[in-house]
Design a protein around this ligand. Structure first.
Ligand code: FES
Ligand code: FES
Length: 214
């Protein structure tokens, strides 16, 4: 037997009323959509985008909701850039835009009109590795490799940030002469997560490159 509430309705009655209300709301929403002049199911009108990717001029026509990550992976087939969380939390999607690293999952592609984007494919090739890629190989800076393209793009940018004197979060140094210490580098790499835990080896690889550049 159903329990009766203070207002005299049974629990089953409350649930049934809720279900009917939800169904009516959905029906009304569908009616509003059907009555609209444009067809929302077709999505927004595609918009043009011209930008540079790995040194090549690229023209695309994209749904304005497309992220930079999806533009790279799904439209340009540059699948080296990885989708981890798709929420700006893991760094797997890191690419370099106009010299600065960004999470490409958090950025709409159309915001990059005229920009220069570098992905892992643009840093080096299997026959001609970027020094940071070679250092990751030498120091076993990866295991499964899923986070690695983002780690390497970030690592390259981090050393450029340090060389450019981007203020330190570790020492608070704003002098413009930031030392590429292990603590400095690992702090700046903290947005790039590695589920395999290759952090120590990544730091070793970065240290090698930082010392070679000093
Ligand atoms: S996929 Fe972009 S931060 Fe995780
Ligand atoms: S190497 Fe596997 S997640 Fe980093």
């Amino acid at each position: 037997m159903s329990a009766i509430g203070p207002d005299g309705m049974t629990r089953r009655g409350v649930l049934a009323t809720g279900a009917v209300t939800a169904a009516m709301t959905a029906t009304n929403a569908r009616a509003r959509v059907t009555g609209a002049k444009s067809d929302p199911a077709a999505g927004p009108t595609p918009m043009p985008l011209t930008f540079e990717v790995n040194g090549k001029l690229v023209e695309l026509s994209l749904d304005p909701r497309t992220t930079l990550l999806d533009a790279l992976r799904e439209h340009l087939r540059l699948t080296g850039t990885k989708k981890g969380c798709d929420h700006g939390q893991c760094g797997a999607c890191t690419v370099i835009v106009n010299g600065q690293r960004i999470n490409s999952c958090l950025s709409l592609a159309l915001m990059h009109e005229g920009d220069a984007v570098t992905t892992i494919e643009g840093l080096g090739t299997p026959d001609d590795l970027h020094p940071m890629q070679a250092a990751f190989v030498e120091h076993d800076g990866f295991q499964c490799g899923y986070c690695t393209p983002g780690q390497i793009c970030s690592a390259v940018s981090v050393l450029q940030e340090i060389a450019a004197g981007v203020p330190s979060h570790v020492t608070g140094d704003i002098t413009g002469k930031i030392a590429a210490t292990r603590a400095e580098m690992t702090e700046r790499m903290s947005g790039n997560l590695c589920r395999c835990g290759a952090y120590a080896n990544i730091a070793d690889a970065m240290t090698q490159i930082a010392e070679a550049q000093s």
